[in-house]
Design a protein around this ligand. Structure first.
Ligand code: GUN
Ligand code: ZN
Length: 466
């Protein structure tokens, strides 16, 4: 590839030939997944091009990925080259669960879920009625995600339409593929007076308006968002199911089976109406909320019957290891979920979780699996954080890997981001060993740059301290 060095660090191939307009060639090690490698690490499930190239067309779609030496002439000619050699290019991380309304209560001390909600989350969320505050936290959350290499997320907002508008507006400005929706919570005994939908009809009307305004706009999707069975009435859950039956292209996101005290309270309340509810997940199931577009955050305390039901419905679980430990909720059984065929994505769960980084989430996930006696291989970890998340959100026809035509959202990771990581990566003998070092020792410091549709939206500010 003949090229001229440009001041920007980008170069343009000047060979005569049959070039296409606006094509960019990103050089570096390229790793992406075609499928879940599974416990046996099926080598057909991923592609690694150590001296690789990712080619993005003028529309921001993947045109080609492979060895740098093999970039087809028609893509190479006239293309802008961006040099990330020595670094790792992976599809943008997918954070399947976080709360934009909780940006300011990250690292709040000393409580488990129910008290933590009352003491920290609900008061913080109430502030989102103010459009200026809503814009501020939406901006912070999006910038922190991009800095961490996260390009898509399933996001809880608050009950306020102001918060939903602020989040979607800013995601649209940045041309991001994001899912979100208004939080629904109306059960008088379990919600504070200052943070409650006045009635189901009002909540439905506001939801319908927001769907109309945002669903399908740019790359945005609307996720109907009952907060959890505890804070919703039976009528609210029934409304969600009805809405989804009418518009099955919408998503549903909620929480489930996170914390023992929460589970007991939920079952007490629902069983008072109908003693036959078998489990927390069974409540959602009986309200028709287990759909192929449903995402249940946490599911720490579920059993095999729940797993069978989730898998059969094609519903997904957001595994939030950092939050599950920070709030003392418990250890999600990832291996069991996978064994039963449940679709699982990784979540930061800001602000039950404490980091926007999916590398940090993988570090925590590794430890949760280890405490349970298992192992999370780096290749399965990176699958989970990319294509696995895209599948959990039913977005894998758009994002999640570098097959031709996918949207070119990606992140560039630096094996030398910190002295400890640099040393460990340097002495590693295999790529898998280096990747594991990145998964365990990396966080947002390891993110050199993040690209949306082939355009850089984040670049690490300070040089790596090596
Ligand atoms: N369950 C219901 N709401 C929340 C929340 O905001 N955070 C967490 N971790 N769990 C929840
Ligand atoms: Zn949550």
């Amino acid at each position: 590839m003949s090229s001229e060095q440009a001041a920007t660090g980008q170069t343009r191939d000047t060979a005569a030939g049959c070039g296409q307009h606006g094509v960019r060639v990103f050089l570096g090690a390229v790793l992406h997944f075609l499928d879940d490698p599974g416990p046996e690490l099926d080598p057909a499930a991923w592609e690694l091009f150590e001296d690789g190239a990712l080619v993005v067309d003028g529309e921001g779609k993947v045109a080609w990925a492979g060895p740098a030496a093999d970039v087809p002439c028609e893509l190479r000619t006239g293309a802008t080259k961006v040099d990330h050699r020595g670094r790792l290019i992976v599809p943008g991380f997918v954070d399947t669960h976080l709360h934009v309304s909780e940006v300011d209560i990250v690292a709040s001390y000393g409580e488990q879920l129910l008290n933590w909600l009352q003491q920290y989350a609900f008061p913080a969320e109430a502030k989102c009625a103010d459009p200026d505050y809503a814009r501020t936290v939406a901006g912070i959350a999006l910038e922190r995600m991009l800095a961490a290499g996260t390009t898509t997320a399933s996001v809880h907002t608050s009950i306020h339409t102001t918060m939903v508008d602020a989040f979607f507006e800013q995601a649209l400005q940045r041309n991001l593929r994001m899912l979100s929706g208004k939080v629904l919570m109306d059960r008088v005994t379990q919600t504070p007076h200052y943070l409650r939908d006045p009635d189901v009809q009002t909540a439905e009307d506001q939801t319908l308006e927001l769907i109309d305004r945002w669903h399908g706009k740019g790359r945005l999707g609307y996720s109907i968002s009952p907060r959890l069975a505890l804070t919703c009435t039976e009528d609210m859950l029934a409304m969600v199911a009805r809405l989804h039956r009418q518009q099955p292209d919408l998503w549903i996101q909620t929480h489930g089976a996170e914390n023992p005290e929460e589970i007991k309270r939920v079952l007490d309340i629902y069983r008072a109406q109908d003693s036959s509810y078998r489990s927390y997940i069974d409540i959602y199931d009986r309200f028709d909320l287990l759909t192929g577009k449903s995402l249940f955050a946490h599911c720490v305390h579920i059993d095999d019957t729940d797993r069978v039901r989730l898998a059969a419905a094609g519903s997904a679980v957001a595994f939030c290891p950092d939050s599950n430990m920070f709030l003392g909720s418990g250890l999600f059984d990832l291996d069991a979920a996978w064994r039963y065929g449940v679709s699982v994505g990784l979540g930061s769960d800001i602000a039950g979780g404490t980091s926007y980084s999916q590398l940090y989430a993988l570090n925590q996930a590794y430890k949760v699996v280890a405490v349970r006696g298992g192992r999370l291989h780096a290749l399965r970890g990176f699958y989970l954080a990319t294509l696995g998340g895209a599948r959990a959100l039913s977005l894998d026809r758009h994002i999640g890997n570098f097959t031709v035509g996918k949207e070119a959202d990606f992140t560039v990771l630096d094996f030398a981001a910190t002295p400890t990581l640099a040393r460990r990566a340097e002495i590693a003998e295999t790529f898998a060993e280096r990747l594991f070092a990145l998964m365990i020792l990396g966080d947002e410091q390891a993110v050199t740059a993040t690209y949306i549709l082939g355009r850089r939206v984040h670049e690490r500010q300070s040089p790596a301290p090596v």
